[in-house]
Write a protein that binds this ligand. Sequence first.
Ligand code: FES
Length: 160
Amino acid sequence: MDTIRSDADAAPHDAHPLVRDILARHAGRPGALLPILHDVQDALGWIPEPAVPQIAAALQRSRAEVHGVISFYGHFRTTPPARTQLEVCRAESCQACGGNALYEHARARVAAGDPGEVSLAPVYCLGLCAQSPAVMIDGRPHARVTPEKLDALLAAAREA
Ligand code: FES
């Protein structure tokens, strides 16, 4: 069971002040590893490598254990997120309405762009089935998306 040690115990690995604050908030809470990882990613957008020994020391666990949890859950990022997050629905209704072609268009566009500009991930239903195909850009849903509309949406996201 994960229980945070005191700040003094964690001091040798105190690589990031924000992580130190998160560890302090979880002090004394059992099973804190996953909530800590979520909080770090929510705060920083990813889990930087220097945070791993800091978390491991505070929880009296090995770096390998912390790495193991991070790599087990696909949700956790170990690299900075792209400037724009694009998710394209790959579920049935969207597939039936051109979603496959839209996904291929998105994939080609992301591959041709600058690294770190746009990330692409599949999602499985955004609740917009009646207005398929659907995408999510930086957490905002868009319906009836064509390749041309997707290009315009990504251009607008880049300008924002
Ligand atoms: S199947 Fe794509 S939004 Fe539901």
